[in-house]
Design a protein around this ligand. Structure first.
Ligand code: NAP
Length: 285
């Protein structure tokens, strides 16, 4: 089986590396060709165009930014007609509506489509410990579970296409809410001169604690948001996806809109490509 990995950015690269380590035959495509060199040295074939990757692969793993990028890569006038008999496994974070629309378009071209968004970041992708959520029918899940186990030990079946995307957005809304909530409390602790160690000690013992607080504490204290695993711009993208999907469902999104403003202000500070914990800079400079 030949596996195409389309999009070898922060997350796509370690996914391709996992497959190569497990001796799968991989053909990789990335818009910016220079990002493919490390994969070529590990034995991946390199495709200069998406068409080349689609033609050589049986299954396509997509780890692209958003639905627009997916369309430009697999549903452009050159590539769309080559999807016949190909299985597309979409692993980026997109909305349930976009995922279902893309599913229909892929099926309309004679291809197969499932979604498998992930929770976790580069270290988990490298270690094969991502939480993989699968939106598919049960026979697709059975067919592709073994492959997805390369990325996470126990891929979870969620339901039909769209359900896993919705679950992923629900989780990323929590990333935004927990991080901004912690950052605001830390801002008060700092500005009131309260001992941060004591704040953390009490917080860790309480029901309010989330492990992400400790993961982001030092970055926030040092104002060091370099070398991101998940940049601010992607959190903004995901908050926007959540807002539009939640509004269609008639949910009150006022709280998240405030957080969105905060992330937007972080972007305006030039921190769009920094780690998303940089939203602390928009709270307490
Ligand atoms: N980073 C994380 O921790 C994390 C965790 C879970 C899920 N995700 C999700 O996974 C997806 C990928 O994230 P990432 O962190 O790997 O982002 P990334 O490093 O920015 O990679 C994005 C990839 O999409 C490609 N791309 C974007 N627009 C394109 C276009 N118009 N045509 C062709 N290729 C295009 C990029 O190509 P270039 O290299 O040429 O720009 C790159 O390969 C996103 O949906 C993200 O939300 C990320």
């Amino acid at each position: 089986m030949n596996i195409g990995v389309l999009g070898t950015g922060l997350m796509g690269k370690p996914l391709a590396q996992r497959l190569l380590q497990a001796n799968y035959s991989v053909i990789a495509y990335n818009r910016t060709l220079s990002k493919l060199a490390p994969l070529e040295s590990l034995g991946a074939k390199i495709a200069k165009t998406p068409l080349e990757a689609i033609q050589s692969a049986d299954v396509l793993i997509l780890m692209l930014t958003d639905a627009k990028a997916i369309r430009e890569v697999i549903l452009n006038p050159e590539t769309a007609n080559t999807l016949h008999n190909r299985t597309v496994i979409q692993m980026g974070t997109i909305s349930p509506d976009d995922s279902q629309t893309i599913q229909k378009e892929v099926q309309g071209r004679g291809g197969d489509y499932l979604e498998a968004p992930v929770l976790g970041s580069i270290p988990q992708a490298q270690a094969g410990t991502l939480l993989v959520m699968v939106g598919a029918n049960e026979s697709q899940f059975k067919q592709w579970k073994g492959l997805l186990e390369q990325f996470g030990e126990q891929p979870k079946y969620i339901g039909e296409v769209g359900t896993a995307s919705a679950l992923k957005l629900a989780l990323n809304q929590l990333i935004a809410a927990l991080t901004s909530g912690f950052a605001l409390s830390l801002g008060l602790i700092e500005s009131q001169g309260v001992d941060i160690a004591k704040f953390m000690e009490i917080l860790r013992e309480s029901a309010l604690y989330a492990p992400t607080f400790d993961k982001k504490l030092e970055r926030m204290r040092q104002r060091n948001f370099d070398n991101p695993n998940f940049p601010t711009k992607h959190l903004l993208k995901d908050v926007d996806l959540f807002l539009s999907q939640a509004e269609k469902s008639g949910l009150n999104t006022d709280g998240l809109k405030g957080i969105r403003n905060l992330i937007q202000q972080t972007t305006a500070l030039g921190l769009s490509d920094s780690d998303y914990s940089a939203l602390f800079s928009a709270i307490h400079q």
